[in-house]
Design a protein around this ligand. Structure first.
Ligand SMILES: [Ca+2]
Length: 102
């Protein structure tokens, strides 16, 4: 795991995050979209927004998402540092372009 505070041999265990419909560790707008998509439907599990487990996608599910809105681990922006293979391809293409000009 890159950019981790864990040392070698340590294990990070992630518990369920309330309101996290799609299990991406961040409660945001796409969770409400899922609730709206399945609103009123019955017999669906928590992966389809029945967070309360009462068998219906309904107001308690909506309230849970709103209550935990913005909690969790925000998505990380790309680091901007190319991977070694990508960097190698960039250098090789640049070298090829310079060779064509000479
Ligand atoms: Ca429910």
């Amino acid at each position: 795991m890159q950019d981790s505070c864990l040392s070698s041999g340590e294990l990070l265990i992630l518990a369920d995050l309330p309101g996290d419909v799609n299990r991406d560790r961040w409660v945001a707008g796409d969770h409400l979209s899922t609730i709206i998509t399945y609103w009123g439907q019955t017999g669906l599990g928590p992966e389809y927004a029945d967070l309360s487990g009462n068998g219906t996608v309904d107001p308690p599910d909506y309230s849970e998402v709103i209550s935990y809105w913005g909690t969790g681990l925000p998505p990380q922006p790309p680091s901007g540092v190319p991977e070694p293979a990508t960097l190698g391809l960039l250098l090789l293409s640049g070298w090829a372009l310079l060779r064509r000009r000479c």
